[in-house]
Design a protein around this ligand. Structure first.
Ligand SMILES: NC(=O)c1ccc[n+]([C@@H]2O[C@H](COP(=O)([O-])OP(=O)(O)OC[C@H]3O[C@@H](n4cnc5c(N)ncnc54)[C@H](OP(=O)(O)O)[C@@H]3O)[C@@H](O)[C@H]2O)c1
Length: 198
């Protein structure tokens, strides 16, 4: 299977790349590093990526930039980071990518537990997550040729200890649990699901 991982150089993406490249052809994509680059806030950049990458069987996105910071400092400018990044960036990967993905392919987007369990400083991510999850359910009934779409929604993950203090009471999701959430989406039959890997 040819799998494109957007966000491959990040904490999640590095783990998923090393897990999946043992059995599949993985194209590592990121803003700066990786095999190929894309800026998901630009539709031109996404179109260029898919033209260069060629047909593929699965796209995983772990690229979801958002603004993290105190509520009282939030303005339209900060909020647009998540709207144009995690929300529209991932939505555009699907809207454009559907014209390049092979029949019976799959899209797997990243959201997070913040959708339903907000934490201080993360209003931007909560909002973007909710939009992406709504999009996943809607896209699942529209995509043709057997193409599936799901989101993976973990709470804080074990390789991100810098975020532990922001998630009191949450047992961090192990990297293996995270990986198996993505496995369920990419290699399973479900569509329109929000997969909680915990
Ligand atoms: N870490 C957690 O505990 C956790 C838990 C639940 C949900 N999440 C969500 O999961 C996602 C990934 O988390 P992470 O910890 O793996 O993040 P990360 O380590 O910061 O990695 C983010 C990846 O996305 C890429 N990226 C960022 N902006 C991009 C853009 N405009 N265009 C293309 N690629 C871009 C980065 O590439 P460059 O390095 O080249 O910029 C990097 O490869 C985030 O949306 C986060 O909200 C994280």
């Amino acid at each position: 299977m040819k799998i494109i991982i957007v966000g491959a150089t990040g904490t999640m993406g590095k783990h998923l790349t090393s897990a999946f490249e043992k059995e599949h052809e993985v194209l590592r994509v990121a803003d700066k590093g990786g095999d190929m680059q894309v800026d998901i806030t630009s539709t031109e950049s996404i179109e260029t990526l898919f033209k260069k990458a060629g047909p593929f069987d699965a796209l995983i996105s772990t690229a979801g930039p958002t603004h993290v910071g105190p509520w009282k400092n939030l303005t339209d400018k900060e909020f647009r980071k998540g709207v144009e990044g995690k929300m529209m960036g991932q939505i555009n990967l699907v809207l454009i990518g559907q014209h390049y993905i092979n029949p019976k392919g799959s899209f797997t987007l990243i959201t997070g537990a913040l959708t339903h369990e907000p934490q201080k400083n993360f209003a931007n991510a909560s909002t973007a997550n909710g939009a992406v999850e709504g999009f996943v359910r809607a896209a699942a009934i529209e995509l043709e040729k057997g193409i599936r779409i799901n989101a993976v929604s973990p709470t804080v993950i074990e390789n991100s200890p810098q975020y532990f203090p922001f998630f009191p009471g949450d047992i961090p999701v192990t990297m293996q649990q995270l990986e198996y959430g993505f496995r369920k989406s990419v290699f399973g039959a479900n569509t329109g699901q929000v997969i909680k890997p915990y």
